[in-house]
Design a protein around this ligand. Structure first.
Ligand code: GDP
Ligand code: MG
Ligand code: ZN
Length: 298
């Protein structure tokens, strides 16, 4: 015997699915209840938030090979910006925006560096923050992702499909290009080639008009500069001496380029062979960000 049951037809629930949620980062059309974008992996909370402010948020592309120090630099940058009471400050928007800062600071506080960033974009840390420049100017909405270097490399080498990297490259208002000083000092030039490849790829994306990449600001950031004091003395001169093809490329193709040296912690080889932070001593971390924001068109 089949018992008869009455089920209410909740068709109004289906109406929610009729209107897609267009991802702010990659423009993929998601269903309204998706947690991460099926196109690029960014949290959909970011898209919900992005539609609320008066000014649309601007993205900053963070570019560098695996291991150049993106996670450590960004985590420390956000922590410093969040604790400031004057000058450029940042307020996180949404719980997901605090994770990068939290994971980095907790790792450094327990004498280790953060884990290597996973390749899958839905596992990257995405940050949406409100950046206050000074009392007179209204705050800016900024979105930054901490991408995996392997995904950027894959995108540059044309291997695989990396919608998150493609979207960041195409739609970012500015770029932070990281070059590892410890590699430069060891005589390597992979970091320099990586930076030239990435900048060349940006330049080819948009060459004409107001949105041309040559008009968008690019900060070249030498990370782990604790290994070479002269890099701090004059980062541009250091770049001209050690990364001359990068400097040439920047001058030829971009109109707003700055060179910076930063360091988060001195490190040494631990008992298990991995690098451990010896002394956390952030130096010149905010300078590139401050420079970039001041030059990013509203
Ligand atoms: N000496 C020094 N080493 C650093 C610094 N920042 C990062 N590192 C080292 O670089 C490694 C990779 O850093 P990470 O931020 O994970 O690189 P990512 O792959 O670009 O995100 C860390 O595990 C540390 O060994 C720094 O400021 N100074
Ligand atoms: Mg990382
Ligand atoms: Zn997306």
């Amino acid at each position: 015997m089949t018992p008869l049951v009455t089920l209410p037809l909740e068709s109004y629930q289906l109406a929610k699915y009729a209107e897609p949620l267009v991802c702010f980062v990659c423009r993929f059309e998601n269903s309204f209840d998706a947690e991460t974008c099926r196109g690029c992996g960014a949290p959909t909370a970011l898209t919900h938030q992005a539609t609320s402010p008066k000014r649309a948020p601007q993205m900053i592309a963070v570019i560098g090979p695996p291991g150049c120090g993106k996670t450590v630099y960004l985590g420390m940058l956000l922590d410093l910006l969040a604790r400031r009471t004057t000058g450029v400050r940042a307020l996180a928007r949404g719980a997901f925006s605090v994770t990068l800062q939290q994971e980095t600071v907790e790792a450094l506080a327990s004498c280790r560096f953060p884990e290597r960033t996973e390749n899958t974009p839905s596992r990257w840390n995405w940050v949406h923050c409100q950046v206050h420049l000074n009392r007179r100017r209204c705050p800016r909405e900024i979105i930054v992702a901490d991408p995996s270097g392997d995904a950027i490399l894959g995108h540059l080498e044309g291997q695989g499909h990396h919608p998150a990297v493609s979207a960041l490259f195409a739609r970012a208002a500015a770029a932070l290009v990281l070059v590892d000083v410890s590699e430069v000092e060891a005589g390597g030039s992979d970091g320099e080639y990586f930076a030239v490849k990435a900048l060349s790829s940006l330049d080819e994306l948009e060459r004409k008009g107001r949105r041309a990449w040559r008009r968008r600001p690019v900060a070249v950031v030498f990370t782990k500069a604790d290994v070479c004091e002269t890099c701090f003395d004059d980062p541009r001169e250091y770049a001209e001496l050690h990364c001359s093809s990068l400097v040439q490329f920047c001058h030829q193709r971009f109109s707003k380029v700055g060179f910076f040296a930063t360091s988060v912690a001195r490190s040494d080889t631990g008992p298990l062979g991995s690098q451990v932070p010896l002394r956390v001593e952030p130096r010149a971390i905010v300078d590139p960000f401050e420079w970039l924001i001041a030059r990013t068109a509203c």
